[in-house]
Design a protein around this ligand. Structure first.
Ligand SMILES: [Zn+2]
Length: 413
């Protein structure tokens, strides 16, 4: 099943930059820029990522050929379609987790430790994974129950119900993410710097945004990387700055990161991503409909429908790879818009550059990934391009007039 698009766009790593001024007093945790190390980290993570995709595809292709025999065998001992469905799905999805576990451990723990990015122990890594499986398991039960409930009892329009259900679920998840899901993984507390909060709140007011809070998110228990995001919908919308970011960044750099998040708000990117996911998920549902529709209705034997779950999972694995270049292009465009607005709102290119320089070094972000990788997988522009955007912005400002003519009210809605 696809990841929730809304939280995906909200989970917004502002990765970029390089040159530019350094803040006066950097904590010792921020490493010097080491391009050789950054490229090596990118290379190892790239191979982990591609290996993971290959492994998933091979796993689900194997199940497509094995599923009919396996589910027929299950049918000998199980005479309830729901029990048959959940047992089959548990074996297949559970097997996928087990098969992928060594690679997950290597990529998520060993490599992160080797490059001195992780603060986890093997135990805390495992606890994090178990939490992920529990949250994923609850969502999987809802999705699987909804999908097959619609197939067996929804009549001819079952596919429409599945699509509506997926959209409702993604909106509910986006709304609840800051309240229910995020706290399971990371504690957050209101940012405790009254002057900074006042500065950021004033910026938000200036663009007509009501933020229910600016939060300090305790990422440092797991990682040395810095991150920021805009999460939630409506009354739950809030801005999160990781404690790693707050500890290393000066107020001007934090203002740039915050302004970038405001940029997403000004351009209504969360709503636009929900609209995009409505289109993207309608194609996915059509593909699933194509494989499951022969098994509509509760009068049909359940073996065929349950065996087709392997095909559904293969589609759900392949589809993001096929649609990724399009959705990533939209996301990178939104990021560029938010970057421009961050410059408009702060009018401070040196802080913009130094903020992105810090993020680059703290996260070992590749400044110049291969073009194919950017097209296939990256939802943020490459660092060098984001720097070029600051240069471009300065040039266009010098054409527009002296500093100070750029008022917040001139920002396009
Ligand atoms: Zn962003």
């Amino acid at each position: 099943m696809p990841e929730d698009q809304t939280t995906e766009i909200a989970r917004d790593t502002v990765v970029a930059a390089s040159v530019g001024e350094q803040p006066a007093a950097l904590p010792a945790v921020v490493p010097e820029l080491d391009l050789r190390q950054i490229k090596e980290y990118a290379r190892v993570k790239r191979w982990c990522h591609l290996s993971g995709i290959a492994l998933s595809l091979a796993y689900w292709i194997a199940w497509v050929s094995l599923a009919a025999g396996f589910v027929t065998w299950l049918d000998n001992g199980i005479d309830n379609r729901w029990i048959g469905l959940f047992v089959a799905a548990l074996v297949m999805v559970g097997g996928h987790i087990v098969v992928g576990l060594p690679l997950d451990y290597y990529s998520g723990f060993v490599v992160e430790r080797r490059f001195d990015l992780s603060n986890q122990t093997p135990w805390s890594w495992l606890v994090f994974q178990v939490k992920t499986w529990l949250v994923g398991g609850i969502l999987a039960v809802i999705l699987l129950g909804g999908l097959y409930g619609a197939l067996w009892y929804g009549g001819a329009a079952w596919g429409v119900y599945v699509w509506i259900g997926m959209m409702v679920l993604s909106i509910v998840l986006a709304k609840l993410f800051p309240l229910v899901i995020l706290p399971l993984f990371y504690p957050a507390k209101p940012l405790d710097s009254p002057t900074l909060v006042e500065r950021l709140t004033a910026m938000a007011r200036g663009v007509g945004m009501t933020v229910t809070g600016v939060y300090n998110l305790a990422l440092s228990k797991d990682t040395k990387k810095a991150n920021a995001m805009l999460a939630g919908l409506g009354s739950t919308r809030r801005v999160y700055l990781s404690d790693t970011l707050v500890g290393a960044f000066g107020e001007d750099q934090i203002a740039v990161v915050f302004a970038h998040e405001l940029g997403h708000h000004i351009r209504r990117h969360i709503l636009k991503m929900i609209a995009l996911s409505a289109v993207v998920s309608s194609i996915l549902v059509a593909l699933i409909w194509w494989r499951l529709n022969p098994f509509t209705g509760s009068g049909v034997a359940w073996v065929g429908a349950v065996a087709a779950f392997a095909q559904v999972m293969l589609i759900a694995t392949l589809y993001p790879l096929v649609i990724g270049p399009a959705t990533n292009a939209v996301s990178r465009r939104f990021e560029r818009q938010a970057d421009r607005l961050a410059l408009d709102l702060t009018n401070d290119p040196p802080a913009y550059r130094s903020a992105f320089d810090l993020l680059t070094r703290m996260n070992l972000a590749d400044p110049d990934p291969p073009r194919w990788e950017e097209i296939l997988f990256d939802d943020h522009p490459a660092m060098n391009k984001r720097i070029a955007l600051a240069d471009e912005w300065e040039q266009s400002r010098s054409l527009r007039g002296p500093v100070g003519t750029c008022e917040h009210t001139s920002i396009p809605q």
